[in-house]
Design a protein around this ligand. Structure first.
Ligand code: SIN
Length: 279
């Protein structure tokens, strides 16, 4: 097969065509895809048509599955795979758009997932893009005095920050007991495969900066977020049916957009891959 790689922006995103993920990857192709994922942070493999078990087998070639905290969105026929859908509602009946608002996945875990994978099954005719911002680039472009101020700062992450505008769907009592209640991670993490530093903030999960009053910490977090989400740091993914997209949570924030005709179904399979403790 003729495999083609193309950069999707100057800093983030690599598109791959000519790969069939229904079959095991040859080791050199697997390594090339993994390298493109590490360097590009978002790996987009086009034109796949995978059932949940095929998706699971494909993703396992890049790491071990990380169990999602909220089990409500599990597929019955393959519980390691969850779904993203615009058809679910909050308990009060309002429509739930999963992933709205910039975040990084499951940073309330001591070892948050290194990667998240989505596979597009049904898409609206337009809109519903996923936006990614490159937090390594954002960190490098901070003024030197601000970078120095961040050095050594730790933040406390919880399942649902009391400061978050976005409310998550609640956990079952069993899952609440099973997951960590709160963890601390550095505000700047060093990528365990590239050695590159990146801002590690998460508006839906950070409760406080250790040793800093909220009156100082919350404006600092807002300032960092505003800097990070500039379009100069962004790759915006316009979905095509069949896309297999794997992104690197160690170097990105991402967000979903509910900016389309909600009568049109948007449905994707989702899983995450285990990572190391941020350092
Ligand atoms: C997510 O945050 O995992 C969902 C992203 C999307 O649906 O675009």
């Amino acid at each position: 097969m003729d495999v083609r790689f193309k950069n999707l922006s100057p800093h983030t995103g690599v598109e791959v065509e000519g790969v069939d993920l229904r079959r095991p990857l040859a080791p050199d192709l697997r390594d090339a895809l993994n390298q493109a994922f590490i360097e590009g942070s978002v790996l987009v493999i086009r034109d796949q048509d995978l059932d949940p078990h095929q998706l699971l087998a494909a993703a396992r070639q890049f790491g071990q599955v990380f169990p999602q905290h909220n089990t409500r969105f599990q597929l019955k026929e393959c519980p390691e795979i969850h779904y993203i859908s615009n058809q679910d509602t909050y308990a009060d009946g309002r429509r739930y758009i999963p992933g709205e608002g910039y975040h990084t996945d499951h940073s309330n875990a001591a070892r948050p997932p290194k990667a998240t994978v989505l596979h597009a099954k049904e898409l609206p005719s337009k809109g519903g893009d996923t936006q990614f911002v490159n937090m390594g680039l954002a960190y490098e472009r901070l003024p030197a005095d601000l970078r120095a101020k961040l050095d050594g700062l730790m933040a406390e992450h919880v399942y649902q920050s009391s400061h978050s505008a976005r409310k998550l769907v609640g956990l079952t009592a069993k899952r609440k007991d099973e997951i960590e209640q709160s963890v601390t991670h550095p505000l700047v993490r060093t990528h365990d495969e590239t050695g590159r530093k990146a801002l590690y903030i998460n508006p839906i999960r950070i409760e406080r900066i250790s040793g800093m009053a909220n009156a100082d910490a919350l404006p600092l977090l807002d300032q960092l977020l505003e800097h990070a989400v500039q379009t100069a740091h962004e790759y915006r993914h316009v979905w095509r049916p069949g896309d297999f997209v794997m992104w690197d949570n160690r170097n990105l924030l991402h967000k979903a957009n509910g900016d389309y005709d909600i009568a049109e179904r948007r449905y994707l399979y989702r899983l995450m891959l285990a990572g190391e403790a941020p350092a």
